[in-house]
Write a protein that binds this ligand. Structure first.
Ligand code: NAD
Length: 496
């Protein structure tokens, strides 16, 4: 099927009753300023859409709408089962429109359509999963007091209120799927701010939410830049911010949240280690490590970007991962043979290649990749850099591109120390045939998720969250639901 960029964007912008609209209180509304901004296709660099440029006034309107929806109990007064039915319907609608969503996400982010389909499946799955949780939100019954006076207590779980959801551009529907279904299952009213670099699927989702029967004002969508995010994070009438993005902006969110001490969940960056022991199944390592770092052109927070290999197998592993990287085909999103798409922007491409250059300047060696591909779009080769050291900038800082830096070790405990010697703690993987040793190492690693003989793995059932500066709180699983709930204790005196 050939689908043009215009047809893909029509799915989003048609949904929004034309270009340049925000979803506020169930209506598609232009930004108060009337301004719009350009959205580019990272595969060509061309402008493919104009969307509304939300500023503080629009965020105020969206928050007011969410507040009204919450106080009027338009959503939270439904039973959990009723909320679950609506969330399930959203998942069905995403599935029905999976192809349009996948093509739109591919156009906006650059990821091959074949992989965008998997992402849309993940988003649909997240709505289905939390549909199931909506009627299973309950508390505890507790007996307290003394022989002289007894009390009966119980806990209630209540929605935290108005939740601001701010997401990154790298996998918009997946990032949204990790927040919105849980917030809605809990009974919150939401204001969603997608990234300015990839806002299109959020708009398409807005239509589906309405079609599924979500009451007006329960989900409001504002497309805008940092100032819109900052207005949401600092808003006195927002009770909770759930943020996915960089550590740097995560800190700003915390400062902005200080005013009304709103609750905060942060899903931030990573610099995930990959430990390869000498007894690992090397054939599995090459492919698994390459997938773990290069998928979505490395624009994944959990990408395994620090490769720590035992010196007995170092050369073989570095070559094997480099070969696996070379075998990946770069291509435009709709190219059915493409394994990897472009990076998100010219600026990001320069940042990624700048990191590789800095590594070389500090003594590292580029084994494969390390170059831009073509002069249309922002394509960059999967890159393996050897002779890296923990003190190099490209090893300390998140690159968020298809670049892995390899280091060798002799002693496993020394490798664990290097793996943990970073301010990040998002994910890691251990590759070994010795199961008990691998599980022991998994316990030693300071990261929110550890894969054993796999790097890219997970599902909505498993919580994700960052140790150290990779974040606060969790998403997915029942833990993700808890982030949108308050716990109230009710105590009554008992007759003796
Ligand atoms: P970013 O921090 O630049 O932006 C994220 C979002 O925050 C965008 O919507 C942006 O408009 C908004 N924003 C920017 N400044 C703001 C401010 N002052 N106040 C409020 N909002 C503001 O991140 P990015 O470049 O979009 O995404 C890449 C980063 O996201 C990487 O660091 C990556 O690791 C991280 N990420 C983390 C996860 C996770 O689950 N841990 C998932 C995906 C991406």
């Amino acid at each position: 099927m050939t689908v043009t960029a215009a047809e893909s964007t029509a799915f989003a912008l048609g949904a929004a009753d034309g270009p340049g609209r925000l979803l506020i209180d169930g209506a598609w509304t232009a930004a108060a300023s009337g301004e719009t901004f350009e959205v580019r296709d990272p595969g060509t660099g061309e402008v493919v859409a104009q969307v509304a440029h939300a500023a503080e006034a629009d965020v105020d309107a969206a928050v007011a709408a969410a507040r009204r929806a919450f106080e009027e109990k338009r959503w939270r007064s439904l039973s959990g089962a009723q909320r679950g039915v609506v969330l399930w319907r959203v998942s069905e609608l995403i599935t029905q429109h999976l192809e349009e969503f996948a093509r739109l996400e591919s156009l906006d982010v650059g990821i091959p359509v074949s992989q965008a389909r998997l992402m849309m499946g993940e988003a649909a799955n997240a709505f289905r999963y939390y549909a199931g949780w909506a009627d299973k939100i309950d508390g505890r019954s507790v007996e307290i007091g003394s022989a002289a006076q007894r009390f009966q207590g119980y806990t209630l779980k209540e929605p935290v209120g108005v939740a601001g959801l701010i997401v990154a551009w790298n996998a918009p529907m997946v990032n949204i799927g990790m927040k919105l279904p849980a917030a809605l299952a809990a009974g919150c009213a939401c204001v969603l701010k997608p990234s300015e670099q990839a806002p299109l699927t959020s708009l398409a989702l807005g239509r589906l939410l309405r079609e599924a029967g979500l009451p007006d004002g329960v989900v409001n969508i504002v497309t805008g830049f940092a100032p819109a995010g900052a207005a949401l994070a600092g808003h006195e009438d927002v009770d909770k911010i759930s943020f996915t993005g960089s550590v740097e902006v995560g800190r700003k969110i915390l400062r902005a949240a200080e005013g009304n001490l709103k609750k905060v969940t942060l899903e931030l960056g990573g610099k995930s280690p990959v430990l390869v022991l000498p007894d690992a199944d090397l054939a599995g390592v090459f492919d698994g490590v390459a997938k773990g770092v290069f998928w979505n052109s490395g624009q994944i927070c959990t990408s395994g970007t620090r490769l720590l290999v035992h010196r007995d197998v170092y050369d073989e592993v570095v070559q094997g991962v480099a070969d696996a990287g070379r075998a990946l085909r770069l291509g435009y999103g709709t190219d059915p043979d493409a394994d990897l798409g472009p990076l998100i922007s010219q600026q990001h491409l320069e940042r990624v290649s700048g990191y590789v250059h800095s590594g070389v300047e500090e003594g590292a060696t580029v084994v494969s990749g390390g170059r831009q591909v073509g002069d249309r779009g922002y394509f960059y080769e999967p890159t393996v850099v050897a002779d890296a050291r923990p003190d190099m900038r490209m090893i300390r800082e998140e690159i968020f591109g298809p670049v892995i830096g390899a280091m060798s070790f002799e002693d496993v405990d020394e490798a664990i120390a290097v793996a943990n010697g970073t301010s990040f703690g998002l994910a890691a993987s251990v590759w070994s045939r010795d199961a008990s040793r691998a599980h022991r190492i998994a316990r030693e690693i300071k990261a929110g998720r550890v894969g054993i003989n796999v790097h890219r793995a997970g599902g909505v059932q498993m919580p994700v969250g960052g140790y150290k500066q990779s974040g606060w709180g969790h998403e997915n699983g029942p833990e993700g639901l808890d982030e949108y709930l308050e716990t109230k204790s009710v105590i009554s005196i008992l007759d003796r």
